[in-house]
Design a protein around this ligand. Sequence first.
Ligand code: ACO
Length: 324
Amino acid sequence: MGAVILGTGSCLPERILSNHDLEKLVDTSDEWIRSRTGISERRISGEGEEAYRLATTAARNAMEMAGVEPSEIDLIIVATMSSHMTMPSCACFVQNELGADNAFAYDLNAACSGFLYSLDTASKHVLCDQEKTVLVIGAETLSSRINWKDRNTCILFGDGAGAVVMRYADTIRGVLASQLFSDGALWKLLHMHAAPSCNPAIDPPGNPGSHILMEGRDVFKYAVKAMESAVLQLLEKENINLDDIDLVIPHQANIRILNKLLSRLGVKQEKVFINVQKYGNTSAASIPIALDEANREGRLGEGDLLLICSFGGGFTWGAGLLRW
Ligand code: ACO
């Protein structure tokens, strides 16, 4: 029995922001960005490309592949931390746009690990109630949460959305297992304040505003170690050998984190799907966008074993195994 992915979809904003464009905004260079991060360009939302609209198009593409109508959707989970409004949730906007009148909808914030956490949550909904059809979406417009004068962060992130449709099937396919972790003690290394509070008593002193702040070197070290450990624990728990994995889709943070992780694990490059060069770090959207591209390129065959892993603010991290 399994919570099976029936369809995948994605949506990227039209506007491309290249490293050369960034050279005009901050003191940086295309060479520095590519050598430190592997990123050449990223997509930035324009008018009419809020997170919920990207999410809705990604969802429509996934539903079309799955052959599922809006009325058949029972639950919508959107992993995001950059919706255009705090209330209602991004998921409720998506529900309204889709006309998914039978669905309940909520957001899940686990920063860059949001899609992995959401997939785990969705698979449990599906296994508990085998009649449920669930849309799981990762959608971010981090361009709205970036200090465009901070060269440490503004070069890293991009906007986009990816989605999957999940439903129960009596099969060995589907989400097999996940291993999820959090460590709130390390929040300061990667965080984003809310907008200034209406109650000064509880506003953090000197609230710098709602944009990402990061200790890049520390994040790098923790991310590699944490994802490596999560993957190894998951494989051991499931009694699966790394050689049995057909494709790895890691969170597309940056190429140096990925290369370090993959060399420590001993995974061959040809077994890894990477698109960070085109989109930068799209946080919760990065795995579902990559999953959709890998799927549409025919990189996943029926019965293939897929490994995903992620790391993000919180800290949050983990790994997941799926039989395609
Ligand atoms: N262009 C040019 N120079 C820069 C830039 C830039 N965009 N940014 C920083 N520098 C400078 C620094 O000021 C510093 O100069 P100094 O030596 O004169 O002080 C120098 O480059 C080296 O800075 P470091 O921060 O040490 O550079 P590092 O090699 O660590 O690379 C980077 C920075 C790319 C951010 C790296 O630390 C990293 O990849 N960290 C992981 C961060 C990440 O991926 N976060 C995403 C969220 S978490 C996740 O998704 C997993």
